[in-house]
Design a protein around this ligand. Structure first.
Ligand code: ADP
Ligand code: ASP
Ligand code: MG
Length: 405
């Protein structure tokens, strides 16, 4: 008898008939002789609607109240899923994040899991229940409700799988697995059979929102292999696991796209120790998350610094930096939105050369101008005009031969 954790995302529980579909699948898994813990998301659109509601009554709701509000989405789904299973003659019980023993830090809206005591889940499983756990939520040691950041139900599933030492962890979603690129952007994208944690982590943190990046980080840290697959069919999905030597044979595993980026350039930054530190310490103190940073070679004692971030952060930049730029004698900020990031990812890049050249050639031939370049051991990313991102993703996908056979 295996211990199985299954997670169903928002689309998979998006309507009553979909919840009944989940209930049937879960029951089949139990009737095949397994113990089952199910993690569910809010029904699709519910979390976004709750955020909109909050904005209608408050311009600046506190993060604590946002967590109390947002956690209700998942709480609705656990009750409905348990009811559907019970209606079909099964034995299910709903469990909130707190009841599941998920203890987090106190950073509301993006809390980190500090500890899980799965005693209650174990007891329910021993009593023959299917446990339906609310994704995305936990509680502090002081009893405050917290949430784990957007897409956080993935993290709940992986963390519970680690805590109860599950034999299998299955993430059910609305695509057949992890694809070489988001199939909504590149229709020829192909399902990947096996991917290393590091590759999915790079993809997830550069825009492929098929899994929450923190959940992949957690899976890597605690060595939790998992499978991403569809809740609408029984096809095998994508196995995500530790790297094995064979995985390095593929140079580029996938292409990621991140829209809604913005770029800021600071001209004439004096080329002296401490200038960059003043700028980026101020941004960090203002909690602005910076992505790609490029500094030019210095000419006549000054240099230009450009960096990118999410477009929503752009407004904060002016208030944060204006004073400091005057103080250090730099030029005025030049802000630009309407840009996006394209990344190609693969652990094979460690042992193969020529990846950057191939990407740049494909983009050049397609008339896509590269504004910035950033690389890691297993990723090459370029910043380009947002209007060209779909075309660029398709060009990159084609250049690395990732399309369906
Ligand atoms: P869930 O609600 O099940 O958590 P998400 O909407 O969070 O599902 O993630 C699934 C979506 O991720 C897919 O519908 C797809 O459009 C998108 N996606 C982005 N990148 C990829 C990729 N590389 N492979 C598969 N899906 C991707
Ligand atoms: N409901 C949450 C969100 O929409 C968590 C999740 O679906 O994973 O972000
Ligand atoms: Mg998701």
């Amino acid at each position: 008898m295996a211990l199985v954790v299954q997670k169903y995302g928002g689309t998979s529980v998006g309507a009553p008939d979909r919840i009944q579909n989940v209930a049937r699948r879960v029951l089949e898994t139990q009737r095949a002789g397994n113990s089952v813990v199910v993690v569910v998301s809010a029904m699709s659109g519910v979390t976004d609607n709750l955020i909109k509601l909050a904005r209608q009554v408050s311009t600046a709701p506190t993060d604590r109240e946002m967590d109390v509000l947002l956690s209700t989405g998942e709480q609705t789904t656990i009750a409905l899923t348990a009811m559907a299973i019970n209606e079909m003659g099964g034995k299910a019980i709903s469990v909130t994040g707190a009841q599941a023993g998920i203890i987090t830090d106190g950073i509301h809206t993006k809390a980190k899991i500090a500890n899980i005591s799965p005693r209650q889940i174990r007891k329910y499983l021993n009593d023959g229940f299917i446990c339906i756990v609310a994704g995305f939520q936990g509680q502090t040691l002081q009893g405050q409700i917290t949430t784990l950041g957007r897409g956080g139900s993935d993290l709940t599933a992986i963390a519970i799988a680690a805590a109860i030492k599950a034999d299998n962890c299955e993430i059910y979603t609305d695509v057949d697995g992890i694809y070489t690129c988001d199939p909504r952007i590149v229709p020829e994208a192909r399902k990947i059979d096996v991917i290393a944690y590091d590759e999915l982590l790079e993809m997830a943190s550069s825009g492929s929102k098929v899994m929450q990046s923190r959940s992949v980080e957690f899976a890597k840290k605690f060595k939790v292999p998992f499978e991403v697959r569809s809740s609408f069919n029984t096809n095998r999905g994508t196995i995500v696991k530790e790297e094995t030597p064979g995985l390095e044979n593929v140079v580029v595993r996938g292409v990621s796209v991140e829209r809604n980026q913005a770029k800021v350039t600071i001209p004439n930054v004096p080329d002296r120790p401490g200038a960059a530190s003043r700028i980026f310490t101020a941004l960090s103190d203002a909690h602005v998350v910076i992505d790609v940073i490029v500094q030019n070679v210095s000419i006549a004692g000054s240099t230009d610094i450009s960096f990118t971030m999410n477009r929503d952060e752009l407004e904060k930049i002016g208030h944060t930096l204006d004073g400091i730029l005057k103080e250090i004698g730099a030029g005025a900020l030049v802000k630009q939105d309407g840009i996006a990031k394209l990344s190609v990812v693969g652990i094979g890049m460690r042992s193969h050369s020529g990846v950057a050249a191939r990407l740049f050639e494909a983009l050049g031939k397609g008339g896509v101008n590269i504004q910035m370049i950033s690389t890691s051991e297993i990723k090459i990313a370029v910043i380009i005009e947002e209007a060209k991102i779909v075309e660029a993703a398709n060009l990159a996908h084609e250049a690395f031969g990732l399309a369906k056979a």
